[in-house]
Write a protein of this length. Structure first.
Length: 434
């Protein structure tokens, strides 16, 4: 029998080869995990793990948070709330230089706070905000770059599917993770808006202005956005106040989004059916990856990869922040190869023991890792959100989008440094939860 270290190396090599061959990530992880576990123990036990793990994942109430918040996001998307948020933000700041870009960031933040998906946020505002910015004379690179940056807010602001999965894998309180993401999420919105304002300040001829909206139009726009604000406040306030758990919050959010959309006449039979199908398909994909990750986790456990990685990184003598920097660089590199969910599920079981051994707070690290994954969604040469925008907007190429997103990448790096230097920004709100 081969040495366990060699088996572990072969397992990772085969895993990456399968992913390069476009085998679905969950299937690839499950196949390598079961095969490796069976080789090191016995294949009968390995095959039994498939049924046990699948059943446990599908029936565990903790995992119910994922389909509930996905359903909430689907109802919100089909109810057309994104257009209302953009219209309201545009009514107040559209007349500023770069105001449509600022309105896009603000609307993306509001939509992300009740959707939780970066891909959905980017896809939605590619159809809502991009045509409006182009109509007012905004450059293609800036319009696409703003939407790409705004799309990343979906993984930071609660409810975040990525934070939910991180909490499940690391057995951290998902409600506390959601609350921990609020201040960093608001900081992201403010820094993105500042970036747009600085671009307009230093290059006044680059960004146009739009006519000032009358106060009557502003008041009308505000009346249209009360519902999503109430929904977000209700769900997050309930979590913060201890009224319900994160899973219960997902159910309340989905029910609230349905009631609001139906009461306003935005959810007819076809829209409801489409929302259910979208949420079910996405949840099935996430659960497939989760089951594959759990099966791969058994393989990691028996080969002791997490313990060996922890021992190796802590013995480098570069200090805990040096190790953290190496981990961040690894995530940026992985951002060129896979999506955010796959990165979290594949790497957290290996990296998390290192973080605990170095004395970092698990809740804070959850925010940091999501921020880094968020950066991987837009940085060149491959960014998941950039591909989404390209598929939605036909008159812009990849080079143009990446050129527009570069200032926001610099902003993200600065924000990451701030959060690492001042962990209290992520930990203050969770420390006051009931």
């Amino acid at each position: 029998m081969l040495d366990t270290n060699l088996v572990a190396v072969i397992g990772f090599v085969v895993l990456f080869i399968l992913m390069l061959l476009r085998v679905p990530v969950g299937m690839a992880m499950g196949l390598v995990g079961v095969t490796g576990f069976g080789y090191l123990t016995n294949y009968e036990a390995a095959l039994k793990l498939i049924g046990q793990t699948s059943m446990r994942t599908a029936t565990d109430a903790t995992f119910g948070i994922i389909p509930m918040f996905l359903l909430m996001g689907a109802f919100v998307t089909n109810a057309g709330i994104s257009r209302e948020l953009f219209r309201a933000a545009n009514a107040f700041v559209g007349h500023w230089r770069g105001g449509l870009g600022i309105a896009t960031i603000a609307a993306c933040g509001g939509f992300a706070a009740i959707c939780g998906s970066s891909v959905a946020t980017a896809a939605t505002f590619s159809t809502v905000a991009y045509p409006e910015m182009r109509r007012h004379g905004y450059p293609k690179s800036f319009a696409a770059g703003v939407i790409a940056a705004g799309g990343t807010l979906g993984v930071m602001l609660p409810p975040s599917t990525v934070l939910s999965v991180y909490g499940i894998i690391t057995q951290q309180d998902i409600g506390r993770l959601f609350i921990a993401g609020i201040v960093p999420g608001i900081l992201a919105i403010c820094m993105y808006i500042a970036t747009v304002a600085l671009i307009g300040w230093f290059r006044p001829g680059f960004l146009p202005t739009a006519p000032r909206a009358p106060w009557k139009e502003r008041a009308g726009a505000l009346r249209d956005v009360w519902a999503p604000l109430v929904l977000f406040t209700f769900v997050i306030g309930g979590l913060y106040g201890g009224m319900f758990t994160a899973t219960e919050g997902g159910g309340m959010g989905a029910a609230g989004a349905f009631i609001i959309g139906f009461a306003r006449g935005r959810l007819d039979r076809e829209a409801i059916k489409g929302s259910l199908l979208t949420a079910t398909r996405t949840a099935a994909a996430v659960f497939t990856i989760l089951i594959g990750a759990l099966l791969f986790g058994y393989f990691l456990t028996i080969t002791q990869v997490p313990q060996k990685v922890t021992e190796f990184l802590t013995s480098l003598g570069i200090g805990r922040y040096g190790v953290l920097a190496l981990i961040m660089l690894m995530y940026l590199a992985l951002g060129c190869l896979m999506d955010s969910m796959a990165m979290i599920i594949l790497t957290v079981p290996i990296i998390f023991p290192v973080i605990v051994a170095l004395g970092f707070d698990p809740i804070w690290f959850g925010v940091i890792i999501v921020m880094t994954v968020e950066l991987g969604l837009i940085h060149p040469p491959v960014g998941m959100i950039v591909f989404v925008i390209k598929s939605m907007v036909k008159d812009v190429d990849f080079t143009t989008i990446f050129r527009g997103v570069l200032p926001f990448i610099a902003t993200d790096i600065l924000r990451l440094i701030i959060l690492i230097a001042f962990p209290v920004l992520a930990l203050w709100l969770p420390s006051h939860m009931k």
